[in-house]
Design a protein around this ligand. Sequence first.
Ligand code: CP3
Length: 344
Amino acid sequence: MKPLLDVLVNKTPSRRPIWIMRQAGRYLPEYKRVRESAGSFLKLCYNAELACEVTLQPLRRFDLDAAILFSDILVVPHAMGLSLDFREGEGPVLQTVSNLAEVERLVFQGPFEQFDRVWETVGLVRSSLAPHLALIGFCGAPWTVASYMIEGGSSDRKRALAVAQTNPIWFQVLLDRVVQASIAYLLGQVRAGAEALQIFDSWAGDLPAVLLERLVSSPIKQIVDGVRQIYPGFPIIVFARGVSTSHGLIAKSTNANAVGVEENVSLRDVLAQLTEKVAVQGNLSPQLLLGSDESLFAGIKSVLDDVPMSRHIFNLGHGITPPTNPLMVEKLVAAVRRYDEHLV
Ligand code: CP3
C-alpha cells in the first residue's frame, strides 16, 4: 500500500517510490518563511508545530512517496550535552570533545531533554499524512556524528580521522555513547509513528576501505540491532555516502533493507553485490537540478535504466541544494512517473 515500505520489505510496489534528501529546505520559499518566523534553524527543529509544517511542505507541491522528519543529525550530540548553534552562512558550531573526561561527561542513557520535541513532531506528522505516504525517521551514523563532535563543525575531518586511527581509548567510548543515544533517539521516533528509518553516514567516503568495518558498519549494526530488538524486522536504509564499491559489504554487515548510494556509482553494480532482499536508493546528482531539462532527463534515464522498480527507491545521490528551482523537482517527479508508465 505504501510503495516505499513495500520496496523495503521486498514486495512489488504499486509505483516506484520517490523522495528527496533535504526535501524540506531552503530551496522552498515557504520553508524560508517558516524558518524566519521560528527565529533560527534550531528553534525550528525544536518547535513541533513548525517542524511538522515544514516536513509537510514538499508533499503539498510534489507527488512524492514519503515524508522525512524535519530535524538534524546534530540534535543527538546536543541532547548528549554539547552546546550547538547554527550560524548563518557558516553551518553548525558544536562544542567539541577531546579527551576521556569530556567523553565521560556525555549523557548517553538519558534523559535527553531535546528528544521529546522531535518525537512530538513525528506524532504530529504521522497523524496528518495521506495514507499512501510513509514517514521516515533518521539519525546520523556514529562516524559522521563523532566527526562533528571532534571537529566542532563542517571541516575536512582530518583531525577526526587521525583520532580514529590512533584510536585512543576515548574514541571507542565516544562511538559507543553515540550508538546508545542514537538508539534511544530512533526508538522514540518509531514509538511516535516513524515507519522506516535512515541512518546517514555522510562522511563514510573519507575512510580507507580497511577502516569501514570498525568505523561504519559495526556501529551502524549496533544501532540497527538496538532498534530491532524492540521492533523486530524494522525497515532501515543505510546511507554510507561515498563508499562506492563497498555498498554491498555494508549492506551485508549492517543488515540494512536498502542502501543509499551517492551519485556516479552504477546502481546496477551495487545491485549485483546485494542479496535479492536488499534494495538500492539513489542516485541522481543534485547538480542536474540546476541545469537544463535535457541533462536532467538524461540523468534520470541513466539511473532508471539501471534498476528495476521493485528494488529501487528513487532519490538524489545527496541532499538537494538551496539554489534549486522547485519547478525542476516537479519535472523530475513527472519524468520518473512517465518512464515507469512506458515500461508497462
Ligand atoms: O532531509 C530533510 O528534509 C530532513 C531534514 C534534515 C536536515 N538535515 C535539515 C537541515 C536531514 C535529514 C539532515 C541531515 C544532516 N544534517 C546531515 C546528513 C545528510 C547530509 O546532508 O550529508 C548532516 C551532515 C547534517 C548536519 C548539518 N545540518 C549541516 C552540515 C548543516 C549546514 C549546511 C547547510 O545545509 O546549511 C545543517 C543545516 C540544515 N539541516 C539545514 C536543513 C534544512 C539548513 C539550515 C537552514 O535552514 O539554515
